[in-house]
Design a protein around this ligand. Structure first.
Ligand SMILES: NC(=O)c1ccc[n+]([C@@H]2O[C@H](COP(=O)([O-])OP(=O)(O)OC[C@H]3O[C@@H](n4cnc5c(N)ncnc54)[C@H](OP(=O)(O)O)[C@@H]3O)[C@@H](O)[C@H]2O)c1
Length: 391
């Protein structure tokens, strides 16, 4: 099924290439005409810090005080978060931009995800461990349980994600649970590492928690990934190829070569080709990252008894109406969130550590351009991930 040789992706993005991407991204961001954020003097939150030391500790962060458009994002002084016992304070060097960030800022998810305003967006990040919450600090609630949490020390270079609606990583510092961090490979930049967690964990969930496949037992099965040049799609292609699946990937014409570079066996351009009738024979599993209309089209090329997994839907019980008109016996589910089962992030990190899993960084912008970065994400078209550099 390979139109070209399907090769592994152990070559990291070089810093030189990252630099070119960064300057390209800055030009694109400038074209979006969203003003860079400036730090508002004295704009600290009224949230009470938990220790006397923390009372004087502030940081630069991007926050919104009300739900709304990108103009709600402010670069301002905010209290530095204080880790509870066992939690890890990370000095952020790069924060990834997810579609979730601007959907959440727009208030679309407020009925499902409670958050305290002002709110700092940013789910996944990379940085350097600054401190670990000591006994005597407030105790953190149990974090997921299961696998033994790794222990971290000041100076460790890590990447990871925040849980639930915790304050995010568009900031100089973020607090994370120890099990939600992994060691950053030395060969990988902070930007590349920050781009991985949400995309890879969502892809894992789609393939294995909802798609009915086993990481070691999917050889020869057929997968359609619709919306495959974005971050979730590229992670899905790579994990699927590692599990031995045959992958058909769909995105626009300009991203056909990218999808093949990440391992797709066959690719389609959604502007000139429809998945039905192009995808034959039917696939065992379709993962659709685009919307309910495309999910319904994806469902029609799944074999009877197969599975459709949809991503881009409002969180609600895991049923989507996309199966109407699809073959009998098709199971349609949605991924409600990316939060992994215990131990899954470590399995993802093992694949990152040995170079089998990586993420395309399509644009790097400074933290002050968070509004531009979110607009870039909302407009679409940037391959892989948009990342904020935090100095
Ligand atoms: N449920 C969850 O837990 C969860 C977790 C993470 C993400 N998500 C959601 O999953 C979606 C994808 O996330 P992402 O980070 O991968 O987004 P992204 O980077 O913006 O990727 C979007 C992809 O869709 C493609 N696309 C756009 N229009 C299309 C069409 N009509 N037909 C086929 N493909 C089309 C784009 O291709 P081109 O750029 O080539 O046009 C791109 O490959 C977002 O809606 C996000 O909110 C859900």
């Amino acid at each position: 099924m390979c139109r070209r040789s399907c090769r592994a992706f152990s070559t990291p993005l070089t810093r030189a290439r990252a630099g070119v991407l960064a300057s390209l991204a800055l030009r694109v961001a400038a074209a979006l005409a969203v003003p860079a954020l400036a730090v508002a003097a004295g704009a600290t939150s009224t949230t009470a810090p938990t220790t006397a030391t923390a009372a004087s500790a502030t940081m630069t962060a991007v926050r919104f005080h009300e739900y709304g458009d990108a103009s709600q994002l402010r670069l301002e002084r905010a209290p530095r978060p204080v880790p509870r016992a066992g939690q890890v304070l990370v000095r952020v060097r790069a924060a990834s931009v997810n579609p979730y960030d601007w959907k959440f800022r727009e208030g679309r998810l407020r009925a499902y995800v409670p958050a305290t305003l002002p709110f700092t967006p940013g789910i996944d990040f990379a940085g350097v461990v600054e401190a670990v919450g000591q006994a005597g600090a407030a105790t953190a609630p149990a974090a997921g349980g299961g696998a033994a949490a790794p222990s971290w020390q000041r100076g460790d270079e890590v990447y990871g994600f925040v849980a639930g609606a915790a304050p995010g990583a568009y900031a100089q510092y973020v607090v994370a649970e120890p099990a939600n961090l992994a060691r950053k490979p030395a060969s990988m930049s902070f930007e590349e590492a920050a781009a991985i967690p949400v995309a890879a964990l969502t892809a894992w969930k789609a393939l294995y928690d909802f798609g009915g496949l086993e990481p070691q037992g999917a050889r020869g099965r057929r997968l359609l990934v619709n919306g495959a040049s974005g971050s979730v799609g590229l992670a899905t292609i790579q994990l699927a190829k590692l599990a031995g699946l045959q992958v058909v990937a769909v995105a626009s014409a300009r991203n056909q070569a990218l999808m093949r570079r990440y391992g797709a066996d066959a690719t389609l351009d959604y502007r000139s080709q429809k998945v039905e009738p192009a995808v034959v024979p039917p696939v065992d599993l379709a993962i659709d990252t685009v919307d309910l209309a495309t999910a319904a089209a994806s469902a029609r090329v799944v074999r009877p008894g197969g599975v459709l997994v949809a991503m881009n839907v409002t969180p609600k019980p895991p049923e989507v109406p996309a199966c109407s008109g699809a073959p009998p016996g098709l199971r349609c589910v949605q991924v409600p969130n990316f939060q992994p089962r215990p131990g899954v992030f470590q399995q993802v990190a093992a694949r990152v550590a040995d170079g089998r899993l990586r993420m395309e960084v399509g644009a790097v912008l400074p933290l002050a351009d968070a509004a531009k970065a979110q607009e870039l994400s909302r407009r679409g078209g940037t391959p892989g991930k948009i990342v904020l550099r935090v100095d």
